[in-house]
Design a protein around this ligand. Structure first.
Ligand SMILES: C[S@@+](CC[C@H](N)C(=O)[O-])C[C@H]1O[C@@H](n2cnc3c(N)ncnc32)[C@H](O)[C@@H]1O
Length: 246
């Protein structure tokens, strides 16, 4: 773990050291925000799609793969909040693995929504979700957080060519619906490193994104891996350390 870095000062937030004029300006803006309702936008809010215990588990599993050399994938990265969080952890570990993020940056594809409609969901549940993200905004967010190991790719996971990648050490599959989760697992699993870990979000039955869990369960059954769903939502697939090929 890194010992010397001042994490409060390294942020641009509450604990950062700024010149006195800037400090007075920030204070004036925040005072205005407090009195006008702008505080809803400007004041800190918890802004993760994961609960604290889910984030804690992601940190634990990512740490377990520290020492492997192959890339980390986040399939479905949205605005990059979890990407920043996990990359700050990698910085703390001194872990330099490449981190690849894949997203349409335009929400769900029509073909993926069509499958959910066939499965009994309403299209309207998915049509306007995650559409106000942009690859360039995501990249700027990485820069703002001084993160340079992340490569973002705008792509549909259903058609993305994974063949250049091998020995993947960790993969977070967070694309919510049946079809893209199934495709991500089929493509990622044979390219995993021994000792690698895949985590699939939304493996919770009876909710809007239950298709993710259906795809996870079908996949582990097909490959003969154990069902391992943590906190009723995170589906884990571990690649044994003593295997040649998953
Ligand atoms: C739940 S969000 C990801 C959240 C992110 N991992 C985080 O923790 O902040 C799901 C993302 O999957 C993306 N997505 C959905 N279908 C996709 C597909 N077929 N290919 C690539 N990305 C997709 C959406 O655009 C959306 O940004």
């Amino acid at each position: 773990m890194t010992e010397t870095r001042d994490w409060a000062d390294a942020s641009s937030g509450v604990g950062s050291v700024v010149a006195p004029t800037r400090m007075h300006l920030f204070t004036a803006i925040k005072t205005l925000a407090y009195h006008t309702g702008l505080h809803r936008t400007l004041f800190y809010r918890y802004n993760y799609m994961f609960r604290p215990r889910d984030l804690a588990l992601l940190v634990t599993l990512l740490t377990e793969t520290n020492g492997l050399q192959g890339p980390i994938f986040e399939i479905g990265c949205a605005a990059g909040h979890t990407t920043v969080f996990l990359n700050k952890h990698l910085d703390d570990l001194g872990d330099e693995r490449p981190y690849v993020c894949l997203d349409t940056f335009a929400g769900f594809t029509q073909a993926d929504i069509d499958v959910e409609v066939e499965r009994g969901h309403r299209a309207a549940q998915f049509q306007y979700v995650f559409r106000s993200n942009r690859k360039e905004w995501f990249d700027q967010t990485m820069k703002n957080n001084h993160i340079s190991r992340v490569k973002s790719i705008r792509a549909d996971v259903n058609t993305f060519d994974f063949s250049p990648y091998r020995d993947i050490s960790f993969c977070l599959v967070d694309v919510d619906l049946t079809r893209p989760v199934a495709r991500a697992l089929e493509e990622i699993y044979p390219r995993m490193a021994p000792g690698g870990v895949i985590v699939v979000d939304d493996c919770t039955p009876d909710q809007k994104y239950e298709g993710a869990g259906v795809a996870y369960l079908a996949f582990v059954e097909r490959v003969g891996a154990p069902v391992d769903i943590r906190y009723d939502t995170l589906g884990v697939v571990r690649i044994p350390a003593d295997t040649d090929q998953p």
